[in-house]
Write a protein that binds this ligand. Structure first.
Ligand SMILES: Cc1ncc(COP(=O)(O)O)c(C=O)c1O
Length: 423
């Protein structure tokens, strides 16, 4: 019996399995790919499971800080040992209640997305008698890279338009309750082309240096953003960045020559690169039907378990591998799965045509009752799914380390009443 079949038998399906050793390996490889001294924020939106969030701050080796953008993510970070003063709070719609909670718990570092967001953060800090350290998130007017998911250079709820900074910066620097400590760029996601990523970082470093030099932007900390790529729900490996360490150091030597002595301190962020590969969704085939000549394989996991958001807002090109328990070895299974793939539609169990994981997917020979595994869903898997839609229970989530189960749990949604109206 394979590892996944055994876990599915024990905990039922659909079941997410997160391999914490793979999370640690991804973290170590990203630190190794970055120049010495870089800090790395883990974006909890990719996967807020406590074991995953926790393992990223545990040594040995360099550890991640938490990038959070809600009270839920704040609690997840603090509950797993991340220190409030190490967290970076981001997002374009910070409410009074969540700012009060974050500041009350000791968070001091915020990325601000607009002049009004800065004033809002400052007002919350002032209410608590604190000073919020703010990174100005800049939506730069120009960009270098052309691939990946672009998040800059166009009208957006994210970031302050770079071309307005000359006018507004003096006022921003005086905003009560705040101290501007640097800049935050997040210009792209999922950059599979290293040259592009480097060109973008070169552009951003140059821009930040210009803002410091020409406009007097305080630059203690520069968050260059991320963009590190990983496959989503299809086989494959994290994108390697063999040149990044040396080339990025060269870029920084040119634009920010005092960076090696910590001026500015430098940071990057990542969600998917750190956790995508660690996650597998194990699901069971509940029905197979042929409709007007097309084959539909219905799984017990649909968009309620794997929403396909991935920060992209589009459906996935899912691939599954067969995990048939009665067969002895994984090698035998792989051999069978390779034998005869047939195209089909991979559907979920929900009562909506939108519950389609993939159309014309090459599927291994499948029967009702078979187990299938979807790889590379540790990032934007459960957390980016339509969990409440159609009232099915959330999938189970199992974490493993060194081949042993660390925890097995399930998220619950239950109604709580806001007021005792009519009760
Ligand atoms: C500000 C910010 N940081 C980090 C991330 C994580 O992105 P990824 O999972 O592609 O690394 C995102 C994703 O949208 C983001 O908006």
């Amino acid at each position: 019996m394979t590892r996944f079949a055994e876990l599915a038998e024990r905990y039922g399906t659909p079941l997410y399995v997160y391999d914490l050793d793979q999370v640690v390996a991804a973290r170590d490889s990203l630190f190794a790919a970055l120049p010495e001294g870089f800090e790395l924020f883990y974006a909890l939106k990719a996967n807020p499971h406590p074991d995953v969030v926790g393992v990223l701050r545990e040594g040995p080796g360099r550890t991640c800080r938490a990038e959070i953008s809600s009270t839920g993510e704040l609690h997840a970070a603090l509950a797993t040992g991340h220190r409030a003063q190490d967290c970076l709070y981001t997002g374009p719609g910070k409410t009074d209640a969540e700012l009060d909670e974050a500041i009350g718990r000791g968070v001091r570092l915020f990325s601000v997305e607009s002049p009004s967001d800065l004033r809002h953060v400052g007002a919350a800090a002032a209410r608590a008698g604190a000073v919020a350290q703010c990174l100005l998130r800049v939506n730069s007017p120009t960009a270098h890279a052309s691939t990946g998911i672009r998040m800059t250079g166009r009208p957006s709820q994210f970031g302050i338009d770079g071309e307005t900074l000359a006018d507004v910066l003096p006022e921003l620097i005086r905003a009560p309750g705040t101290r501007i400590v640097g800049a935050h760029f997040y210009t792209m996601s999922n950059a599979t082309d290293e040259e592009n990523l480097l060109a973008e970082y070169g552009h951003v470093a140059e821009l930040a240096a210009g803002l410091e030099r020409d406009l007097g932007l305080p630059l203690d900390l520069l968050d260059l953003g991320g963009g590190f790529a990983a496959p989503y729900a299809v086989p494959g490996a994290r994108t390697p960045y063999p040149k990044l360490r040396a080339e990025l150091a060269r870029i920084l030597d040119r634009s920010l020559p005092r960076w090696r002595s910590g001026s500015p301190r430098l940071a990057c962020e990542s969600g998917r690169y750190l956790v995508a590969e660690s996650g597998y969704l194990v699901s069971r085939v509940v029905n197979i039907k042929v409709g007007r000549g097309s084959r539909f394989v219905v799984l017990d996991a649909g968009i309620n378990a794997l929403g396909g958001l991935s920060g992209l807002g589009r459906l996935l090109p899912v691939a599954v591998t067969l995990d048939r328990p009665e067969q002895a070895t994984e090698a035998e299974q792989a051999a069978e799965a390779e034998q005869a793939t047939e195209p089909g539609t991979l559907a979920g169990p929900l009562c909506t045509p939108g519950d389609t994981l993939g159309r014309n997917v090459d599927l291994p020979p499948l029967h009702v009752g078979d187990l299938v595994t979807i790889p590379n869903v540790g990032a934007y898997g459960l957390t980016a799914s339509l969990l409440a839609f159609l009232g099915r229970p959330a999938p189970g989530e199992v974490t493993v380390r060194g081949g042993e189960v660390v925890s097995a749990s399930r998220l619950e949604h239950r109604r709580t009443y806001l007021a005792a109206v009519g009760r």
